[in-house]
Design a protein around this ligand. Structure first.
Ligand SMILES: O=C(O)CCC(=O)C(=O)O
Length: 275
């Protein structure tokens, strides 16, 4: 397979379901992006991250450009090949002394993809470490059977449905600290979580969700954007890319995609698949 990861790194990803850390952007660029994201709080009437979910790239052209970062795509190409679609993106920001957390979950239970080959790149726009609630993963969990999720809708849980895998053996997990400008990668089936941030430092990141063009949606036709290579399958419809920051057309689309994702009346993809 082409791409930037060594054979050992690809093998690590395939065996353990994650890999990190990789360099993508400078600390200066990251700081500028945090500033831009913060500037959306006022026009969006609250924390931007509450709306910049699942299709966050539709909020601004620079986020689409960031998703096309060559270093990130080179790494993604190593694990899913050269024809790459962006399924979505989400902003995850914890303030200093923030009680919010991300419960143990498996993205695959909600993404509704077949085959399950999506890979998430979590890009640190600040340092993210054990003190401020960085990502953690359960090695090898992507190879196990589908996990059941309870949907708690806990307001401190940063996930849309508070989806939670119960009784996880935390001590077997691995932390994935990244310095500002670096990213980690995890497979959509890999169990992952992050703790609250008791530190005096912010922790801000954007997660980009990439899939090979041959992936299909098992929950009806949806949208995605080609990042690299060629789409010879046409399994995905185009989406309204932002023409400017907070473009009202693409923001409407973003909001309705998120509303559908979090709607308790819309069953999770894993349930649909099992029927
Ligand atoms: O930012 C976090 O703490 C969690 C992110 C996450 O769940 C993901 O990138 O899939």
């Amino acid at each position: 397979m082409t791409g930037s990861l060594s054979e050992e790194q690809v093998e690590h990803f395939r065996t353990h379901g994650f890999a990190y850390p990789f360099d993508a952007i400078s600390a200066e660029e990251a700081a500028e992006y945090v500033e831009r994201l913060d500037s959306y709080d006022a026009p969006l009437g609250g924390e931007a991250q509450k709306q910049l979910k699942i299709k966050a790239h539709l909020a601004a052209p620079w986020i689409v450009d960031l998703a096309r970062n060559e270093k990130i795509l080179d790494a993604v190409e190593s694990v899913i090949g050269p024809d790459i679609l962006l399924f979505g993106a989400s902003m995850f920001s914890k303030k200093a002394h923030d009680e919010r957390f991300v419960s143990w979950h498996q993205d695959a239970a909600y993404y509704g993809l077949d085959p399950q080959e999506e890979v998430t790149c979590w890009l640190g726009l600040t340092d993210a470490d054990m003190e401020n609630g960085c990502m953690r993963v359960m090695p090898g969990s992507h190879l196990a059977a589908d996990a059941d999720h309870d949907e708690t809708y806990d307001p401190k849980n940063m996930l849309g449905r508070g989806q939670t895998i119960r009784d996880v053996e935390d001590d077997k997990s691995v932390y994935m600290p990244v310095s500002v400008g670096q990213f980690s990668m995890h497979h959509e089936r890999t169990w992952h979580a992050s703790s609250p941030n008791p530190s005096p430092r912010r922790r801000v990141g954007i997660a980009f969700f990439y899939m090979p063009t041959h992936a299909k949606s098992i929950i009806g036709r949806r949208t995605a954007t080609l990042m690299r290579g060629e789409d010879r399958y046409n399994n995905w419809d185009p989406e309204p890319l932002p023409r400017e920051d907070l473009d009202p057309v693409s923001m409407d689309f973003l909001r309705s995609s998120w509303a559908q994702y979090t709607d308790p009346d819309v069953p999770q993809a894993a349930i649909i698949k099992a029927d």
